[in-house]
Ligand binder design. Structure first.
Ligand code: SAM
Length: 214
């Protein structure tokens, strides 16, 4: 599916979010508190659009994704890229100072396994940030948002994406995804410590942060 949307992936994001995706990426970078020289894994990085934002920190940021099409569409970006499955990462234990995944965990077929793999490759004391669509907290807004999602999003995508069906899936997968406390529990169950979250744009997106015990 991601190979099929790769060519117009970045522009479709910007159109569907009205450009707010750039703000969400900036806040994700800040939440990671990256320092120059650190090694960071950006998992499910797709075209590397999330990775270039992280690299502004001066840290060494590696984009990993299992869609060759997504990686190829972002090859022009100046970030190292590797094909890798989130459920069987080709990295040694304790390899990265920080691991992050933006709008990717929901798409992995076994997110709990991916969370355990991310923990394995993170150094003791290292950190995790998961940026993912979530549940708006204000009930009236939540209703409007879910209406927008279910009805408008696939129609808007028809005008801009190379595979509009993928955006029907996007709306359905967001509705089926655990809310903020449920995801926090799953991150903790995978072995991560001190799990916290912060809502962005009223909870359309949530950033979950956690640490690997030192
Ligand atoms: C919505 S895109 C997110 C891309 C990018 N991180 C961003 O912020 O725009 C989700 C990505 O998850 C990747 N993905 C899904 N399952 C995966 C897996 N098991 N291993 C690696 N990548 C996976 C897809 O190939 C796709 O590129």
């Amino acid at each position: 599916m991601f190979d099929g949307v790769a060519k117009r992936y970045d522009i479709t994001n910007t159109v569907l979010t009205g450009g707010v995706d750039y703000y969400w990426r900036r806040v994700t970078r800040k939440a990671l508190a990256l320092r120059p020289g650190e090694r960071v894994l950006d998992l499910a990085a797709g075209t590397g659009v999330s990775t270039v934002e992280l690299a502004k920190s001066g840290a060494w940021c590696l984009a990993a994704d299992f869609s060759q099409g997504m990686l190829a569409a972002g090859r022009w970006r100046n970030v190292p890229m590797v094909a890798a499955d989130a459920m069987a990462l080709p990295f040694a234990d304790d390899s990265f100072d920080a691991v992050t995944i933006s709008y990717g965990l929901r798409n992995v077929s076994d997110p709990d396994l991916a969370l355990r793999e991310m923990l394995r490759v993170t150094k003791p004391g290292g950190r995790l940030v998961v940026a993912e669509f979530s549940t708006p907290t204000f009930a009236p807004f939540r209703t409007v948002y879910m209406e927008y999602l279910m009805k408008a999003l696939p129609r808007v995508a028809t005008g801009v994406s190379s595979n509009p069906d993928a955006y029907v899936y996007l709306a359905e997968s967001i509705r089926a995804w655990p809310n903020q406390p449920q995801l926090a529990m799953r991150i903790a169950d995978a072995g991560w410590s001190a799990v916290r979250w912060r809502n962005l744009t009223g909870g359309i997106v949530a950033l979950h942060r956690a640490y690997k015990l030192g």
